[in-house]
Design a protein around this ligand. Structure first.
Ligand SMILES: [Zn+2]
Length: 260
């Protein structure tokens, strides 16, 4: 995946930064994302966009919130995504417009964070995970459904045998429902008979975090998403003996499934 920053959506042929900032050209500051759809899907990019960006920012300036789409499929997917967030009660001012000519910004604007080590609020958010962890609960409340919020943010547990994935046998990968972080693979899923999706290991050691949980008499360890800190479930020591011996007992509602 590659990114370039620049300007788009305006009228003048070859705008400079100062012209764009004057507000007279009608351009928006944009990030052009070039991606290989076999490696990253448009859905994932939309998720990333929402997690990095404040869509409620109402502005007519070069900082307005816009998704420029390049294909009818992207338009439809972005439209659905916006509608879903609106339905979930998120305040969204994001426009959806066809991509126009992209004007690459002056070289000193490119990869600005890496060059300067600091940048605006939004550029720092792109640098990763820690920021997602410091989001106020109000952010998650808007982003998630009330059931997702209860489980992911308030460490709730869904009722056994009621979730979407406990009995899912399709192959694919399981992502954090709050931030899209990749967490588990269908290859490591097993039938535990508990009524919750069960895995014998996470996708890798960087995907989750472990916390000792003293709230029960039995030994159990809470697992959370390393990227956003959301609650996923618990890990127990009674998993399949022939593999890892671990049982990651995860709420379906904490997961999104991406079919292979
Ligand atoms: Zn997460």
């Amino acid at each position: 995946m590659e990114t370039e920053v620049g300007y788009s959506g305006g009228e003048s042929a070859d705008p400079t930064y100062s012209q764009v900032c004057s507000g007279k050209t009608g351009h928006t500051e944009v990030v052009k994302v070039s991606f290989d759809s076999s490696k990253v899907t448009y859905t994932e990019l939309l998720k990333l966009f929402w997690s990095l960006h404040n869509p409620g920012q109402k502005s007519e300036s070069q900082y307005k919130s816009v998704i420029f789409y390049s294909t009818p499929d992207q338009k439809e997917e972005a439209f659905t995504s916006i509608e879903e967030l609106k339905e979930a009660g998120v305040d969204i001012a994001t426009d959806l417009l066809p991509a126009k000519v992209f004007h690459k910004a002056e070289e000193y604007h490119q990869q600005y964070y890496e060059k300067s080590g600091h940048c605006s609020d939004s550029a720092q958010k792109k640098q990763g995970s820690d920021d997602l962890k410091s989001r106020p609960e109000e952010f998650w409340k808007k982003k998630l459904t009330s059931e997702q919020f209860r489980v992911l943010r308030q460490k709730g547990t869904e009722k056994a045998f009621t979730g979407k994935y406990w009995n899912n046998k399709e192959s694919g990968r399981y992502l954090c429902a709050a931030c899209g972080n990749e967490l588990f693979l269908s290859a490591n899923k097993f039938e535990s008979g508990t009524g919750w999706p069960s895995f014998d290991r996470p996708v890798n050691n960087e995907s989750i975090e472990y916390h000792e949980d003293g709230s029960w008499f039995t030994t159990r360890t809470e697992v959370t998403c390393r990227k956003c800190g959301s609650h996923l479930g618990h890990v127990f020591d009674d998993g399949p003996k022939n593999t890892t011996g671990k049982r990651y007992c995860i709420n379906s509602v904490s997961l999104d499934f991406e079919k292979e």
